[in-house]
Design a protein around this ligand. Structure first.
Ligand SMILES: C[S@@+](CC[C@H](N)C(=O)[O-])C[C@H]1O[C@@H](n2cnc3c(N)ncnc32)[C@H](O)[C@@H]1O
Length: 249
C-alpha cells in the first residue's frame, strides 16, 4: 500500500502528513493497541457465522452503506472504539432510523456487541474491525457521515504516551472531513487530564463549530442510556464525565 508503514503483528499505518500534505498531529498506535484476545467456542461460532454479513475488516474499500444496511438514504453514525458495545446496543433501538457502524480493534469486544445484536435483533448496527483512523480514511468518503462518536477513548495518561491519544488536531481535521455539513462529532471522557487536552483543541479545526455541552438542538441522540464499562470504572474513582459536541460547518 502506498504511504503505509507495515510492522509485524500490527495494522498498517498511513503516513497522514504525507497523504494529506499537512503538519497536523495524528495518533501513533502503540504496540499494545492491536488487541487480539480470545473468544469462547460459542462466541467464535457466532462471530464466524455473522461477521460476513454485519462485519468488515479494515480494507481499501469505500463502504456502500445503503447496500450494507439494505435500505436507502438513512442517516449514518460511526462510533470509534465501541469497546464491548454496551452503549452502542442500548442506543441503537432509540435511533432505529439511523445506521450505526461500530469500529473497534478488539475482537472480543466486537463479539460481545455481536451477541447483543443477534440476541436483540438489532438490525441497524454493523461493525468494522480496525484502527478507527485508518477506517475513516480508507472506508468512508468525504462528507458522507451524519455523526461520529468517540466515547471514553484510551486516556494514555503517561506524558510520553500522550501522542497516542486519538483526539488530536489531525484526527479532528479527518473526522470533520468525513462529516456532512451539519454533521455532529461527539466525544466523552472521564479522564481529567484528557479533558484538559481536548479543551485545548476544541477550536483548532476551522471546519468544526464547537457547541460545548449540552447542546439542546443537537440533531442526534447524545444520551448513552447506560453507564458504559469504562465510564463506570471512572465513576467508581469519582471521575467527572466531560462531553464535547461539534457541528460540521
Ligand atoms: C477505554 S475503552 C472505551 C470503550 C467504550 N467506548 C466504553 O465506553 O466502554 C477504549 C476502546 O477504544 C478501542 N480503541 C483504541 N484505539 C482505537 C482505534 N484507534 N480504533 C478503534 N478502536 C480503538 C480500544 O480497543 C477500547 O476498546
Amino acid at each position: 500500500m502506498d504511504n503505509t508503514e507495515t510492522h509485524a503483528g500490527r495494522p498498517p499505518q498511513t503516513d497522514f502528513n504525507t497523504v494529506f500534505d499537512n503538519d497536523l498531529d495524528y495518533p501513533r498506535l502503540g504496540n499494545v493497541t492491536f488487541r487480539r484476545g480470545t473468544l469462547t467456542d460459542n462466541q467464535e461460532a457466532m462471530f464466524n457465522e455473522n461477521w460476513p454479513t454485519i462485519g468488515k475488516d479494515l480494507a481499501d474499500e469505500i463502504i456502500d452503506v445503503d447496500t450494507w444496511f439494505n435500505r436507502q438514504g438513512h442517516r449514518t453514525i460511526v462510533e470509534i472504539g465501541s469497546g464491548t458495545g454496551t452503549s452502542t446496543a442500548a442506543m441503537a433501538p432509540l435511533e432505529a432510523d439511523t445506521n450505526i457502524i461500530a469500529v473497534e480493534l478488539y475482537k472480543p469486544g466486537l463479539a460481545k456487541l455481536m451477541g447483543q445484536v443477534v440476541r436483540g435483533g438489532l438490525d441497524n448496527i454493523r461493525m468494522v474491525r480496525g484502527d478507527g483512523v485508518e477506517v475513516m480514511v480508507r472506508m468512508f468518503e468525504p462528507e458522507s457521515l451524519d455523526g461520529i462518536r468517540v466515547f471514553f477513548p484510551d486516556p494514555w495518561p503517561k506524558a510520553r504516551h500522550n501522542k497516542r491519544r486519538i483526539i488530536q488536531s489531525g484526527t479532528l481535521n479527518l473526522f470533520a472531513s468525513r462529516l456532512k455539513k451539519g454533521g455532529v462529532l461527539h466525544v466523552a471522557t472521564d479522564h481529567a487530564d484528557y479533558a484538559e487536552w481536548i479543551d485545548e483543541l476544541v477550536d483548532v479545526e476551522p471546519t468544526l463549530d464547537y457547541k460545548g455541552w449540552p447542546w439542546d438542538e443537537c440533531p442526534q441522540l447524545t444520551n448513552r442510556q447506560v453507564i458504559t464499562k469504562f465510564e463506570g470504572k471512572g465513576l467508581d474513582k469519582d471521575h467527572v464525565i466531560t462531553e464535547y459536541l461539534w457541528e460540521k460547518k
